[in-house]
Design a protein around this ligand. Structure first.
Ligand SMILES: NC(=O)c1ccc[n+]([C@@H]2O[C@H](COP(=O)([O-])OP(=O)(O)OC[C@H]3O[C@@H](n4cnc5c(N)ncnc54)[C@H](OP(=O)(O)O)[C@@H]3O)[C@@H](O)[C@H]2O)c1
Length: 301
């Protein structure tokens, strides 16, 4: 790979936009494509990336194609068809899909990309927008070791840790395991913060103690603004995506025959918040809902 890697980003939502900014700041040549072109246009204007009109065109121009899309359906749509990612791949290029999707979808996409002669990694990430900005993501990789080596120079611009788990789908599997903990932590933090507030402790003081106590995980630290000042803090991870993640976790749990009662309870809380109209709000809006005292019945799964 040349000193300045040629990278395509398909999907300029919150994470894809942050990745474009980070990669451009590190000197990569970046082309971006997004279903809603206005969003890609804004990213191009703000970062110096170049916007192109289709996922195929983006893939044609890159050595490494990073994908950051909402869910399994979005990926299925973006890879397929005459203007899809697969149509633009060449032998030697490698796709690193950072979306959180099911391991089954990851394996199917790996087959399709492999038939096109290119390499495919499921490469979901742990860490949100501020972590991308600092290039400190953790990437969980499934796929062939030589494909990872080709993508590594680009992934290293975004990540502090890259862990190769095994073959196709293993990165996606690990990501679901990690996110079952993230969403449990987020739900527990929401409940505990509002508990402390209701019982008379100031919000900022209580959050500061969480950060300094044994529960002060990186997640608790970087979500401080979102939990303390929810109205002034941009959305980093929507409740719609929390529900998507927990459905994927519970589907995988059912597949392997594992009861996950805590994940099921967290899923019900996210579903109730979405039912109350909070789907596009940040995951920390669960605390806002508890604070307001709203009790909404979760729709059945
Ligand atoms: N946000 C985080 O903190 C975080 C952290 C780790 C992993 N992730 C994962 O990273 C992925 C992206 O997350 P995000 O927060 O950036 O999401 P987001 O801001 O909601 O962006 C979603 C992206 O998916 C695209 N999309 C949705 N449906 C599509 C379809 N049918 N066809 C083509 N494109 C479609 C959207 O395009 P439009 O603009 O056209 O709607 C947008 O580019 C998700 O899988 C998420 O679980 C997120």
């Amino acid at each position: 790979m040349t000193a300045a890697p040629r990278v395509a980003i398909v999907g300029t939502g919150r994470m894809g936009a942050a990745m474009a900014a980070r990669l451009c700041s590190q000197g990569a040549h970046v082309v971006v494509h997004n279903r809603t072109s206005a969003r890609a246009q804004t990213v191009a204007e703000e970062t110096g990336a170049r916007m192109v009109g289709s996922a195929r065109e983006a893939a044609t121009q890159a050595e490494v194609v990073l994908v950051s899309l909402a869910d399994d359906a979005a990926c299925e749509e973006a890879y397929a068809g005459p203007d899809g990612i697969i149509a633009g791949l060449s032998a030697g290029s490698v796709v690193a899909d950072t979306s959180t999707v099911s391991p089954r979808t990851s394996r199917r996409l790996a087959d399709l990309v492999g038939h096109a002669g290119a390499g495919m990694l499921d490469a979901p990430v742990s860490g949100s927008v501020p972590i991308v900005d600092r290039g400190e993501l953790t990437v969980m990789v499934g796929g062939a070791a030589d494909d990872l080596e080709r993508a590594r120079p680009v992934l290293e611009l975004l990540a502090a840790r890259i862990v190769h788990l095994g073959g196709p789908g293993t990165g996606a599997t690990m990501k679901l395991a990690v996110n079952s903990v993230v969403h449990a932590l987020s739900q527990a933090l929401s409940e505990a913060l509002v508990l402390a507030e209701r019982a008379g402790v100031d919000r900022a003081t209580a959050y500061g103690v969480f950060m300094e106590s044994v529960v002060g995980a990186p997640f608790v630290r970087y979500k401080r603004a979102a939990f303390e000042k929810p109205d002034e803090t941009p959305v980093a991870f929507s409740l719609d995506l929390v529900l998507k993640d927990l459905d994927l976790v519970l589907d995988l749990a059912a597949e392997v025959g594992l009861p996950m009662p805590q994940a099921a309870a967290n899923r019900a809380a996210a579903a109730a918040a979405i039912e109350a109209g909070l789907g596009e709000r940040d995951m920390s809006a669960i605390a806002t809902m508890l604070r307001a005292g709203s009790e909404v019945e979760a729709p059945p799964r």
